[in-house]
Design a protein around this ligand. Structure first.
Ligand SMILES: O=c1ccn([C@@H]2O[C@H](COP(=O)(O)O)[C@@H](O)[C@H]2O)c(=O)[nH]1
Length: 247
């Protein structure tokens, strides 16, 4: 089901570029050393404002790009959306497990139309890291624990041909042992000690997330709103090296 490219864990930190537009995102990137090409996550806010051409330009400039659009629609529509993204050169893109097996399989079939080495890796969102137990049970109406729901959805994602999942650091290790070590775990909800959690509910520090089994971390505001974003990024990288991990 997985292949060697999908297991690529060489970019351990993806910076969430949650900016209102290309101008603000470029201002942020200009503050980095000129040869730095950190891995970047472009989400809905920036994509809707800046568009696909701008994403291609980021890729052409040498940035590894993760396009986080969290697709969730009928299978035909999601397959079409994945088809439209194939030319952008992004490494990862996302869709919701809640769309079900047929939707995820259609997405994978669409992605497989390009050679394996160019195919964006598909990550399925399990339970958003802004969701806590009460929200899941009482508002969304899913019974049981968040942990069990995430494991169940990760299993569905695996059987539907997904390369990985988006989950919180709390569940990354369980997914590795209870679903498959082959599933890539992309973990948002990351905060440095003392940082405000904001709207996030299932939050870990970078060290905790890596210890738990995260392959990649998504870090947004802890870096983008820092006085010295590059210094914070370097600090997180150093913490990873101290844990004896590559990348
Ligand atoms: O479950 C999820 C899925 C995606 N995200 C995205 O990650 C970043 C996190 O930003 P922070 O500023 O570090 O909180 C953001 O772009 C989300 O859309 C997530 O947080 N949780």
């Amino acid at each position: 089901m997985t292949d060697t490219v999908s297991a690529d864990r060489s970019e351990p930190i993806w910076i969430a570029l949650d900016f209102p537009g290309a101008v603000e995102a470029e201002q942020f990137l200009k503050r980095w050393p000129s040869d730095a090409r950190p891995a970047l996550k472009v989400g809905m806010q920036l994509f809707y404002a800046a568009g696909p051409r701008w994403v291609s330009q980021l890729v052409e400039a040498g940035y590894p790009v993760f396009l986080d659009l969290k697709l969730h629609d009928i299978p035909n529509t999601v397959a079409g959306a994945v088809g439209s993204l194939l030319g952008l050169g992004v490494r990862f893109t996302t869709l919701h497990t809640a769309g079900g097996r047929a939707m995820m399989e259609a997405a994978r079939e669409a992605a497989d139309r390009v050679p394996a080495e160019n195919r964006p890796r598909l990550l399925a969102v399990t339970q958003l890291t802004s969701t806590d137990q009460a929200c899941m049970n009482e508002e969304i109406g899913i019974p049981g624990t968040v942990r069990d729901s995430v494991i169940k959805l990760a299993g569905l994602a695996y059987r539907s041909g997904m390369d990985g999942v988006v989950c919180s650091g709390e569940e990354a290790g369980w997914i590795k042992t209870e679903v498959s070590g082959d599933l890539v775990t992309m973990v948002p909800g990351i905060r440095l000690k003392g940082d405000d959690a904001g709207d996030q509910r299932r939050v870990l520090t970078p060290q905790q997330a890596w210890q738990s089994g995260a392959d990649h971390l998504v870090v947004g505001r802890s870096i983008t709103r820092a006085e010295d974003p590059y210094a914070v990024y370097q600090l997180i990288r150093e913490q990873r090296h101290k844990q004896g991990r590559e990348g």
